[in-house]
Design a protein around this ligand. Structure first.
Ligand SMILES: C[S@@+](CC[C@H](N)C(=O)[O-])C[C@H]1O[C@@H](n2cnc3c(N)ncnc32)[C@H](O)[C@@H]1O
Length: 361
């Protein structure tokens, strides 16, 4: 089957830090939680308004909700409960009997699902199941899922664009780890990978979403990708890169190691996100909201721990475990001298998009 891509086609995965210890994602994802909280009420309202019980194609004695890129919790529980509450409200308003809910938690197979399972809210009013695999391929049977949700996950590319590490390519990102302030070929390679990944994502979801089903996406974006060095998170990535460059200078990492590490993360502009939906033709945009900077008032320690919980895995995989402490120690010292100079207006946007699946022509 053409559209049923196996998870083996997407071999790169960099899960968030496992467990619930000091460096874990579970303990260090308040920034991502704030994104979910920021959009929560408007998402609930939009679902109540747009979730159309009558037009849904899949049987409705159960409602199937899936969170894509759920990580280890607890943020996913906040997001899925909001969706379950919204649908319950919809059923109450329409005086229909409230169905059972089944929530599927998806992430890469290498995600720490055990931590997720151990922290399921005890009083939840939904059944649970885990679905390991890349959301850039097929995960569910056709037309079965009523609501997809994904927050803070679609910024992860399926892979580092391959020309970035190709010495013979004009897009070779030598001595760099990201596209911020890189030459235009590097930025273009990332942008192309993002567009291809979004196409795969939307193609898979279009198959899996029940007709009339909804998809809620929370995506971190920037006003202009070329000017991404004006954006807080990209400034942080550059600072992180400068720590690795310093480490290379004193022989803690080799030149070859530095040249070959790149972050598979992309912050699109709202225009790119909309263009991806436009190309897909299988979804109608039912609502879009843009929220401002989510990075205000974060302590330096929180900032370092948040980045470490998210990106530590990339460095660990590439350089080995020993290097991770050193990178983030250096980062926390550097950011302490730079942080006060960061322009408060540096913009990271949060896009909240509600999509509806159109019937297949
Ligand atoms: C920053 S975390 C977000 C977790 C949670 N949704 C939240 O908002 O706190 C991103 C998650 O997306 C997952 N992820 C990235 N690419 C993925 C893919 N292709 N398929 C499934 N999960 C993916 C990562 O493993 C990680 O757990």
């Amino acid at each position: 089957m053409e559209d049923r891509r196996s998870i083996n086609e997407f071999p790169e995965s960099y899960p968030m830090n496992e467990g619930d210890g000091a460096y874990s994602y579970a303990q260090n994802s308040r920034h991502q939680r704030r994104c979910i909280e920021t959009a929560k009420e408007s998402i609930k309202e939009a679902i109540v308004k747009k979730f159309d019980i009558k037009t849904l194609s899949a049987p409705l004695n159960s409602i199937f909700v899936a969170d894509l890129g759920c990580s280890t919790g607890p943020n996913t529980f906040l997001a899925v409960q909001n969706i379950v509450d919204a649908i319950e409200l919809k059923y109450q308003q329409s005086e229909n009997e409230i169905p059972e809910f089944q929530v599927f938690f998806n992430d890469h197979a290498s995600n720490d699902f055990n931590t997720l399972f151990k922290s399921f809210p005890p009083n939840r009013n939904y059944l649970t199941a885990a679905v390991p695999g890349s959301f850039y391929g097929r995960l569910f049977p056709k037309a079965t899922v009523h609501i997809f949700h994904s927050s803070n996950s679609l910024n992860w590319l399926s892979k580092v664009p391959k020309e970035i590490t190709d010495k013979t390519s004009p897009a070779w990102n030598k001595g760099r780890i990201h596209y911020t302030n890189a030459q235009k070929e590097v930025v273009e390679a990332y942008a192309t990978q993002y567009a291809m990944d979004m196409e795969s994502f939307l193609c898979a979801r279009a198959e899996e979403l029940a007709v009339g089903g909804l998809m809620v996406l929370l995506i971190s974006a920037v006003p202009d990708v070329i000017l991404s060095s004006d954006v807080t998170i990209c400034t942080h990535l550059e600072l992180l890169e400068s720590c690795l460059v310093d480490m290379e200078k004193v022989g803690l990492v080799s030149e070859a190691e530095l040249d070959s590490v790149n972050l598979p993360i992309y912050f699109p502009s709202p225009k790119e996100v909309m263009a991806a939906f436009g190309r897909s033709k299988r979804f109608s945009i039912e609502g879009i909201q843009e929220f401002g900077n989510q990075d205000n008032q974060v302590s330096l320690q929180t900032l370092t721990l948040t980045l470490r919980a998210g990106l530590g895995g990339v460095f660990e995989k590439h350089f080995g475990n020993d290097i991770v402490d050193e990178v983030f120690d250096r980062f926390s010292k550097k950011v302490a001298t730079k942080f006060l100079n960061l322009n408060e207006n540096q913009k990271t946007l949060l896009l909240s998009v509600l999509l509806k699946c159109k019937p297949n022509d």
